[in-house]
Write a protein that binds this ligand. Structure first.
Ligand code: ADP
Length: 202
Protein backbone atom coordinates (compact mmCIF):
# COMPACT_ATOMS: atom_id res chain seq x y z
CA UNK A 1 0.00 0.00 0.00
CA UNK A 2 1.27 3.41 -0.92
CA UNK A 3 -0.61 5.98 1.10
CA UNK A 4 -0.32 9.75 0.91
CA UNK A 5 -1.32 11.67 4.02
CA UNK A 6 -2.38 15.03 2.71
CA UNK A 7 -3.45 18.22 4.43
CA UNK A 8 -2.41 21.70 5.52
CA UNK A 9 0.54 22.32 7.82
CA UNK A 10 -0.14 21.18 11.40
CA UNK A 11 -3.16 19.10 10.31
CA UNK A 12 -1.79 16.13 12.24
CA UNK A 13 -0.17 14.19 9.39
CA UNK A 14 2.96 13.34 11.36
CA UNK A 15 0.97 12.16 14.39
CA UNK A 16 -1.25 9.91 12.29
CA UNK A 17 1.65 8.62 10.18
CA UNK A 18 3.52 7.53 13.33
CA UNK A 19 0.46 5.56 14.46
CA UNK A 20 -0.05 3.92 11.07
CA UNK A 21 3.62 3.00 10.87
CA UNK A 22 3.42 1.30 14.26
CA UNK A 23 0.12 -0.49 13.56
CA UNK A 24 0.98 -1.71 10.06
CA UNK A 25 4.79 -1.95 10.10
CA UNK A 26 5.31 0.22 7.06
CA UNK A 27 7.82 2.99 6.42
CA UNK A 28 6.97 6.62 7.21
CA UNK A 29 8.53 9.09 4.77
CA UNK A 30 8.27 12.68 5.96
CA UNK A 31 10.06 15.14 3.67
CA UNK A 32 9.94 17.76 6.46
CA UNK A 33 11.73 15.38 8.86
CA UNK A 34 14.25 14.34 6.19
CA UNK A 35 15.02 17.98 5.37
CA UNK A 36 15.40 18.87 9.06
CA UNK A 37 17.79 15.89 9.43
CA UNK A 38 19.79 17.16 6.43
CA UNK A 39 20.01 20.60 8.06
CA UNK A 40 21.13 19.08 11.37
CA UNK A 41 23.82 17.08 9.55
CA UNK A 42 24.96 20.13 7.57
CA UNK A 43 24.69 18.40 4.17
CA UNK A 44 24.59 20.31 0.87
CA UNK A 45 20.83 19.72 0.67
CA UNK A 46 20.45 20.96 4.24
CA UNK A 47 22.37 24.12 3.43
CA UNK A 48 20.15 24.84 0.43
CA UNK A 49 16.95 24.08 2.33
CA UNK A 50 17.42 25.90 5.63
CA UNK A 51 16.77 29.52 4.66
CA UNK A 52 13.81 28.50 2.48
CA UNK A 53 12.19 26.44 5.22
CA UNK A 54 12.74 29.11 7.86
CA UNK A 55 10.76 31.53 5.67
CA UNK A 56 7.88 29.07 5.30
CA UNK A 57 8.46 28.62 1.57
CA UNK A 58 8.80 25.40 -0.42
CA UNK A 59 12.14 23.76 -1.09
CA UNK A 60 12.67 23.29 -4.87
CA UNK A 61 10.92 20.28 -6.38
CA UNK A 62 14.16 18.71 -7.66
CA UNK A 63 15.54 18.48 -4.11
CA UNK A 64 12.53 16.78 -2.53
CA UNK A 65 11.89 14.54 -5.55
CA UNK A 66 15.56 13.46 -5.34
CA UNK A 67 15.24 12.68 -1.63
CA UNK A 68 12.06 10.65 -2.12
CA UNK A 69 13.43 8.87 -5.20
CA UNK A 70 16.39 7.62 -3.15
CA UNK A 71 14.34 6.81 -0.08
CA UNK A 72 11.76 4.56 -1.76
CA UNK A 73 14.55 2.27 -2.96
CA UNK A 74 15.38 1.36 0.66
CA UNK A 75 14.38 -2.15 1.77
CA UNK A 76 11.94 -0.93 4.45
CA UNK A 77 9.76 0.53 1.68
CA UNK A 78 9.13 -2.87 0.12
CA UNK A 79 6.00 -3.41 2.21
CA UNK A 80 4.55 -0.08 1.30
CA UNK A 81 5.00 3.36 2.72
CA UNK A 82 3.27 6.46 3.99
CA UNK A 83 4.15 9.77 2.41
CA UNK A 84 3.79 12.75 4.74
CA UNK A 85 4.43 16.25 3.38
CA UNK A 86 5.01 15.01 -0.16
CA UNK A 87 3.87 15.74 -2.83
CA UNK A 88 3.37 19.43 -2.09
CA UNK A 89 3.09 20.68 -5.68
CA UNK A 90 1.43 19.29 -8.82
CA UNK A 91 4.90 18.99 -10.32
CA UNK A 92 5.97 16.77 -7.39
CA UNK A 93 2.81 14.65 -7.81
CA UNK A 94 3.65 14.06 -11.48
CA UNK A 95 7.27 13.24 -10.62
CA UNK A 96 6.07 10.76 -7.97
CA UNK A 97 3.81 9.01 -10.48
CA UNK A 98 6.79 8.69 -12.84
CA UNK A 99 9.08 7.37 -10.08
CA UNK A 100 6.51 4.77 -9.08
CA UNK A 101 5.68 3.76 -12.65
CA UNK A 102 9.35 2.92 -13.13
CA UNK A 103 9.01 0.43 -10.28
CA UNK A 104 5.60 -0.85 -11.48
CA UNK A 105 3.92 0.77 -8.48
CA UNK A 106 1.25 3.45 -8.02
CA UNK A 107 -0.30 5.56 -5.29
CA UNK A 108 -3.19 3.61 -3.75
CA UNK A 109 -4.97 6.27 -1.76
CA UNK A 110 -4.68 9.92 -0.72
CA UNK A 111 -6.12 10.54 2.74
CA UNK A 112 -6.97 14.22 3.11
CA UNK A 113 -7.02 15.47 6.71
CA UNK A 114 -9.33 18.49 6.75
CA UNK A 115 -8.85 21.15 9.44
CA UNK A 116 -9.97 24.77 9.23
CA UNK A 117 -7.37 27.50 9.22
CA UNK A 118 -8.36 29.15 12.52
CA UNK A 119 -7.87 25.81 14.30
CA UNK A 120 -4.48 25.31 12.63
CA UNK A 121 -3.26 28.73 13.78
CA UNK A 122 -4.37 27.89 17.32
CA UNK A 123 -2.61 24.52 17.25
CA UNK A 124 0.69 26.03 16.20
CA UNK A 125 0.43 28.73 18.87
CA UNK A 126 -0.14 25.99 21.46
CA UNK A 127 2.72 23.88 20.08
CA UNK A 128 5.10 26.87 20.36
CA UNK A 129 3.90 27.77 23.87
CA UNK A 130 4.30 24.18 25.08
CA UNK A 131 7.82 24.01 23.68
CA UNK A 132 8.72 27.31 25.37
CA UNK A 133 7.23 26.12 28.68
CA UNK A 134 9.43 23.02 28.53
CA UNK A 135 12.48 25.10 27.63
CA UNK A 136 12.63 23.43 24.20
CA UNK A 137 13.41 25.32 20.97
CA UNK A 138 10.45 26.51 18.86
CA UNK A 139 10.56 25.55 15.19
CA UNK A 140 11.47 28.76 13.30
CA UNK A 141 8.64 28.13 10.83
CA UNK A 142 6.10 27.89 13.71
CA UNK A 143 6.46 31.61 14.36
CA UNK A 144 2.92 33.05 13.80
CA UNK A 145 3.76 35.16 10.73
CA UNK A 146 5.79 32.37 9.13
CA UNK A 147 3.01 29.90 9.82
CA UNK A 148 0.52 32.18 8.03
CA UNK A 149 2.95 32.22 5.12
CA UNK A 150 2.97 28.39 5.12
CA UNK A 151 -0.84 28.39 5.01
CA UNK A 152 -0.77 30.77 2.05
CA UNK A 153 1.76 28.54 0.27
CA UNK A 154 -0.47 25.54 0.99
CA UNK A 155 -3.47 27.29 -0.57
CA UNK A 156 -1.55 28.46 -3.63
CA UNK A 157 0.74 25.52 -4.39
CA UNK A 158 -0.32 22.42 -2.46
CA UNK A 159 -4.14 22.50 -2.54
CA UNK A 160 -4.03 22.19 -6.39
CA UNK A 161 -2.59 18.70 -5.90
CA UNK A 162 -6.05 17.57 -4.72
CA UNK A 163 -7.84 17.86 -8.07
CA UNK A 164 -4.90 15.95 -9.58
CA UNK A 165 -5.69 12.94 -7.37
CA UNK A 166 -9.48 13.53 -7.45
CA UNK A 167 -9.23 12.99 -11.21
CA UNK A 168 -7.65 9.59 -10.48
CA UNK A 169 -10.43 8.79 -7.97
CA UNK A 170 -7.88 8.37 -5.17
CA UNK A 171 -8.81 10.99 -2.57
CA UNK A 172 -10.67 10.17 0.67
CA UNK A 173 -11.48 12.96 3.14
CA UNK A 174 -11.39 12.65 6.93
CA UNK A 175 -12.43 15.19 9.57
CA UNK A 176 -9.21 16.38 11.18
CA UNK A 177 -11.06 18.53 13.73
CA UNK A 178 -11.89 15.39 15.72
CA UNK A 179 -9.68 13.86 18.44
CA UNK A 180 -6.45 12.11 17.48
CA UNK A 181 -8.04 8.69 18.17
CA UNK A 182 -11.12 9.52 16.10
CA UNK A 183 -8.99 10.68 13.18
CA UNK A 184 -7.01 7.42 13.38
CA UNK A 185 -10.28 5.47 13.35
CA UNK A 186 -11.48 7.35 10.26
CA UNK A 187 -8.22 6.62 8.45
CA UNK A 188 -8.35 2.93 9.36
CA UNK A 189 -11.90 2.80 7.98
CA UNK A 190 -10.67 4.32 4.72
CA UNK A 191 -7.86 1.77 4.49
CA UNK A 192 -10.29 -1.12 5.03
CA UNK A 193 -12.48 0.15 2.22
CA UNK A 194 -9.64 0.62 -0.26
CA UNK A 195 -8.62 -2.57 -1.98
CA UNK A 196 -4.90 -2.78 -1.31
CA UNK A 197 -2.82 -3.77 -4.29
CA UNK A 198 -1.05 -6.47 -2.34
CA UNK A 199 -3.03 -6.76 0.85
CA UNK A 200 -0.89 -4.43 2.95
CA UNK A 201 -2.59 -2.95 5.95
CA UNK A 202 -4.40 -6.29 6.38
P1 ADP B 1 4.21 20.62 8.55
O1 ADP B 1 3.83 19.20 8.67
O2 ADP B 1 4.02 21.38 9.83
O3 ADP B 1 3.62 21.29 7.37
P2 ADP B 1 6.74 19.80 7.45
O4 ADP B 1 7.68 19.29 8.47
O5 ADP B 1 6.01 18.83 6.61
O6 ADP B 1 5.75 20.75 8.26
O7 ADP B 1 7.50 20.80 6.45
C1 ADP B 1 8.27 21.89 6.91
C2 ADP B 1 8.90 22.64 5.73
O8 ADP B 1 9.76 21.76 4.98
C3 ADP B 1 7.93 23.19 4.68
O9 ADP B 1 7.35 24.42 5.06
C4 ADP B 1 8.87 23.29 3.45
O10 ADP B 1 9.70 24.42 3.53
C5 ADP B 1 9.75 22.08 3.58
N1 ADP B 1 9.18 20.92 2.84
C6 ADP B 1 8.75 19.75 3.38
N2 ADP B 1 8.28 18.93 2.42
C7 ADP B 1 8.39 19.61 1.24
C8 ADP B 1 8.05 19.33 -0.11
N3 ADP B 1 7.48 18.15 -0.46
N4 ADP B 1 8.32 20.26 -1.05
C9 ADP B 1 8.89 21.41 -0.74
N5 ADP B 1 9.22 21.77 0.52
C10 ADP B 1 8.98 20.88 1.51
Amino acid sequence: MILILFGPPAAGKGTQAARLKEAHKVAHLSTGDMLRAAIAQGTEVGKRAKAIMDKGELVPDDIVVGIIGDRIKEPDCRNGFILDGFPRTVNQARALDDLLKGRKLAVDVVVVIEVDEAALIKRVENRANEARAKGQPVRPDDDPETFKKRLAVYRAETAPVLPYYDAQGKTRRVDGMKSIDEVTAQIEAVLKAVKPRKGWFG
